[in-house]
Design a binder for this molecule. Structure first.
Ligand code: HPA
Ligand code: ZN
Length: 326
């Protein structure tokens, strides 16, 4: 019998959201920093009570003050890769949020070098192909995003694209048109969170103005039939995060999650974990929670490889692994 979940790519994962409570405590001890508790179980208990995206982000950003050095970032990335290897991930395209760390006084170079040294060796160390996507925190605004991109360009070879995350409502994609054009001119891939809490109009803006190649979350696209038809026809991948949507109350319960409906609509849906240390598990837990049959799980996994920013030969090799899994 093969594994209960298929070999997959993970295309919507915030590396900062993989900071397990045990690592949080270890890093806080290392740097002599305060935490609401030194007990990982008590820290984790707080994660059960999120009411929306912002209530999560407040806890999340406060926790990230423990990440101080290049070594800390390397350890964070290595911890994720250990999980990735165990959960059947062949390819990970991983978000990172430098603005959070730079605002805590950490040099951008320490962030990028710490993470990239782990990810660029991941094929040899963990059998996982990994790459990084630089994310702009939308609530810091477009000028800060442009400043970040300029600061990151000396390290251009260490990331493959740009993304847009953090507080969604009130910060529409249109604000970021120019910085996405700058990124495109540098040959960077483009993705953006849209339609998690924001409406389908946010997804339309991300497509029309930011020219994104994938939409992160995108579940509210379902409210607009013309948009659904467009996403299907243009085969725009949606990186859906089922457990995240339940923890942040975008959907009431996993049984109500619209992912099966999105598959029925013929959308290129993928399954991802978003911030697994906070939302009840890694990508395998997200696949399992959906309660789908193996054929549908295999379709989701094939979609994930089709949506990767890699040469077709890699996609074909991984799709064949999915065929063998079914
Ligand atoms: N949405 C927006 N920003 C985020 C998320 C998310 O799900 N996770 C980490 N930052
Ligand atoms: Zn996300």
């Amino acid at each position: 019998m093969t594994a209960p979940t298929p070999p997959t790519a993970e295309l919507h994962l915030h590396i900062e959201g993989t900071i397990e409570a045990e690592l949080l405590v270890r890093l806080a001890d290392r740097h002599g920093l305060p935490l609401p508790s030194r007990d990982p179980a008590v820290l984790r208990e707080r994660y059960e009570h999120f009411t929306d995206l912002q209530s999560f982000l407040d806890v999340h950003y406060a926790n990230l003050a423990v990440l101080r050095t290049e070594e800390d970032f390397h350890e964070l990335a290595t911890g994720y890769l250990d999980h990735a290897r165990r959960t059947g991930i062949r390819r990970a395209e991983v978000f990172f949020d430098p603005q959070t760390h730079v605002n805590h006084g950490v040099p951008i170079e320490a962030v990028i070098r710490g993470l990239s040294s782990a990810f660029e060796a991941a094929e040899e160390t963990h059998g996982v192909s990994a790459a990084m996507i630089l994310c702009f925190l939308r609530d810091l605004g477009p000028e800060a995003a442009e400043e970040l991109l300029r600061a990151a360009l000396p390290f251009r070879e260490h990331f493959i694209g740009v993304g847009l995350d953090s507080t969604e409502v009130g910060y529409p994609p249109s604000l970021f048109t120019e910085v996405y054009a700058m990124a495109a001119a540098e040959g960077l891939h483009r993705v953006a969170h849209a339609g998690e809490e924001g409406g389908p109009d946010y997804v339309v803006e991300a497509l029309d103005l930011l020219h994104v190649e994938r939409v992160d979350h995108g579940i509210r696209a379902l409210e607009d039939p013309a948009l659904v038809a467009r996403l299907r026809e243009e085969r725009i991948p949606l990186t859906v995060c089922p457990l995240s949507n339940v923890f942040l109350r975008a959907v009431d319960a996993i049984a109500d999650h619209p992912l099966p409906l999105m598959l029925d609509e013929g959308l290129v849906v993928t399954v991802n974990s978003d911030d697994p240390a906070y939302f009840g598990g890694y990508v395998d837990a997200n696949y399992t929670a959906l309660g789908l049959d193996r054929d549908r799980l295999a379709l989701l996994a094939r979609n994930s490889f089709d949506a990767c920013f890699v040469p077709e030969a890699d996609r074909a090799r991984w799709r064949a692994e999915v065929d063998a899994w079914v």
